[in-house]
Design a protein around this ligand. Structure first.
Ligand SMILES: Nc1ncnc2c1ncn2[C@@H]1O[C@H](COP(=O)(O)OP(=O)(O)O)[C@@H](O)[C@H]1O
Ligand SMILES: [Mg+2]
Length: 325
């Protein structure tokens, strides 16, 4: 069974002085899966990904990468590629030169033609062919992220580790990155990537681990996270807001909320309600029975985002003043 796992972490703990960045983390990622690591800033995502890349070692617990136990001295495990905190690139070289330099560093310079083809293919996969001969110093964050992914592809990893790869990506960039990751997964590569936003991961991952202050708050399939009859906040637009407000106030299980002070400017026409689905059903039938047309009824945040917020909101770690990253 474990032979099929690309990552197996048990009770992994990592401290920086007083800060417990990871606290007894368990993680299992099968080969061929795209696994999302999600959590607020400071949750421990970068720290965990750094352990997978061998940039640091855990203080306690055990970690197996591609079936091989990782020791207590930091060392890059065989078959793993990726980056944390942005890819390391030479700004004065072009995209193509950066990849060629990496390919040469990996010791296959004997086969220049194969390297050139590999570089061209990697640039094509991430959609950077048009800017291949431009200097990286002028690249946007999204372009650097894509070039970092291309660099990781050169080594044909069996485990790919990406820290916040969606940062700075425009829609076209996102399409390329998603395409690359789905293709890799289909070929059996495991991908572990992080984001501080649940919606980044919804289109990409079938399973996620939610970290909150260094602990696993949830790990499993996305559909399990979205399931469950939770109270959610909904926006309701009807043909008669005053009548809808009265009916909502009189419907058991439905609470009218004040507009979120951090949300978009309040809209007198739209009510914000908190309810479970059965109570919402009652409200809608009552409104329709009263001749009030329901024009829009939608959750304020997606059920997945709501589950994520509920699991992470209670336990935010205060960030020390002037803290890194
Ligand atoms: N090298 C480090 N030195 C000191 N503290 C660190 C270091 N790396 C991470 N931390 C602390 O560990 C916690 C987790 O950080 P990090 O893994 O970067 O979180 P995330 O990537 O989820 O935002 C934070 O409180 C952070 O300040
Ligand atoms: Mg981070």
């Amino acid at each position: 069974m474990d032979a099929l796992l690309a990552v197996r972490a048990r009770g992994v703990t990592k401290c920086f002085g007083e800060v417990v960045a990871l606290d007894g983390v368990d993680l299992a990622v099968a080969r061929g899966r795209i696994h999302g690591l999600v959590g607020p800033n400071g949750a421990g995502k970068t720290t965990l990904l750094g352990l997978l890349l061998g940039l640091a070692a855990a203080d306690r617990g055990s970690l197996e990468i591609l079936g091989t136990p990782v020791g207590r001295t930091p060392a890059a495990p065989e078959g793993v590629a990726g980056f944390v905190d942005g890819p390391g690139l030479y700004p004065s070289l072009t995209a193509r030169q950066n990849l060629a330099a990496l390919a040469a560093l990996r010791g296959r310079a004997a086969d220049r033609a194969a390297d050139r083809a590999g570089v061209a293919d990697a640039l094509d996969q991430v959609g950077l062919v048009d800017v291949a001969d431009d200097r990286v110093g002028g690249f946007s964050l999204g372009m650097r992220q894509r070039l970092g992914l291309a660099a990781a592809l050169l080594s044909r990893p069996r485990l790919l580790v990406l820290d916040e790869p969606a940062n700075g990506l425009d829609p076209a960039g996102k399409r390329h990155v998603h395409g690359v990751l789905h293709r890799l997964a289909a070929q059996g590569t495991a991908v572990v990537l992080s984001s501080h936003r649940m919606d980044d991961l919804e289109a990409l991952c079938s399973e996620v681990t939610i970290l909150a202050t260094g602990r696993v708050a949830f790990s499993g399939p996305l559909r399990e996270l979205a399931a469950g009859d939770r109270e959610l906040d909904y926006r309701l637009l009807t043909s008669d807001p005053a009548a809808a407000r009265r009916t909502a106030a009189g419907t058991p299980g439905v609470r009218l909320l004040d507009p979120d002070p951090a949300g978009p400017p309040p809209d007198a026409e739209r009510l914000v309600l908190r309810a479970r689905v059965p109570a919402l059903d009652v409200l809608v039938s009552r409104l329709v029975g009263d001749g009030v047309a329901v024009r829009e009824l939608a959750p304020v945040v997606s059920p997945l985002e709501a589950a994520f917020l509920a699991l992470t909101e209670q336990q935010q770690r205060p960030q020390p003043e002037g803290a890194r990253r």
